[in-house]
Write a protein that binds this ligand. Structure first.
Ligand code: PYR
Length: 314
């Protein structure tokens, strides 16, 4: 069976980490594209030279030419500028929208059958631009944010409860911005909902509120510590989980930015919701019932996504 091809648009910190994880998991051969001259070729060579030591089989190619992504089965987009300390994801809007235009046109030309995962911020607006420019079916174009935001939430909860991260499930809805909606009621430790854990004396409501806020600020916390650039290990691991679910038809239930067509009362926008990802891309959008305060928080987050999309100038 021929190996799958994964094209990474942007060979910076996330791109390099993605390529390494894809190699270690043997998901396929990797093409790293970047506009920086020769840099993707350098990363590709370094990565392939690690393969005899780590014991994996994958080819790595670096290119400055979009033609290199031809025939890719999966495209993961990280191109664009990252934020600096003090910037919000939204400050990147029009610079990165211009980048998404060039990327979308190249995907349309070279790999219109690919499953496309966007990571570039501001995420929900960028994946919206990318899908329109590339002209791919909406179920084949998704944004990576929910897996990352839930991973942060899970980690903070596991730390609070002193249990394995593996036994914590967490649910985050809405846009990948300051108004994202970590859903306490749908998050659990081994199936026990967080409000029950408060009743059982494992934590307090105040402590949970501060974990929810830390989750919302999770990206900014890393930006302020790194001082140059934004998070890359956790975003890359999250996108690889989505790509793997698609390539292996795992039908994982993963939160991601998907185009809504009436679900949650929203149409035409990309917003973070639980989805099933399988061989057809986004095979299902799961619509859960929201309490009135949860719905109000979700609507506020959707309004923030809409105002960003309205401000995009292509
Ligand atoms: C984050 O760290 O949240 C990004 O969006 C990269």
């Amino acid at each position: 069976m021929a190996r799958k091809k994964l094209a990474l648009i942007g060979a910076g910190q996330i791109g390099g980490t993605l390529a390494h994880l894809i190699g270690l998991k043997e998901l396929g051969d990797v093409t790293l594209f970047d506009v920086a001259e020769s840099m993707p070729a350098g990363k590709a060579l370094d990565l392939v030279e690690s393969s005899p030591v780590s014991g994996f089989n994958a080819a790595f190619t670096g290119t400055n030419d979009y033609a290199g992504i031809e025939g890719a089965d999966v495209v993961i987009v990280t191109a664009g500028i990252p934020r600096k300390p003090g910037m919000s994801r939204d400050d990147l809007l029009n610079t990165n929208a211009g980048v998404m235009k060039a990327v979308g046109e190249s995907i349309k030309r070279y790999c219109p059958d690919a499953f496309v995962i966007c990571i570039t911020n501001p995420l929900d607006a960028m994946v919206w631009v990318l899908q329109q420019v590339a002209g791919l079916p909406a179920q084949k174009v998704v944004g990576m944010a929910g897996v990352l935001d839930s991973a942060r939430f899970r980690y903070f909860l596991a730390e609070e409860f002193k249990v394995s991260v593996e036994d914590v499930t967490a649910f985050v809805l809405g846009g990948h911005g300051d108004s994202m909606v970590p859903l306490v009621r749908y998050s659990t430790v081994a199936g026990i909902p967080l409000p029950d854990l408060v009743k059982m004396g494992w934590t307090t409501k105040e402590k949970l509120d501060s974990i929810v806020q830390r989750t919302r600020d999770g990206g900014a916390e890393i930006v302020s510590l790194l001082k140059t650039g934004s998070a890359f290990y956790a975003p890359a691991a999250s996108a690889v989980q989505m790509a793997e679910s698609y390539l292996k038809d795992q039908r994982r239930v993963l939160p991601c930015a998907a185009q809504l067509t009436g679900q949650y009362g929203v149409s035409g926008l990309y917003v973070g919701v639980p989805t099933v990802i399988g061989a057809a891309g986004v095979e299902k959008i799961i619509e859960i019932e929201l309490a009135s305060d949860e719905k109000a928080a979700f609507d506020k987050s959707v309004a923030a996504v809409k105002s960003l999309c309205d401000a995009v100038k292509l």
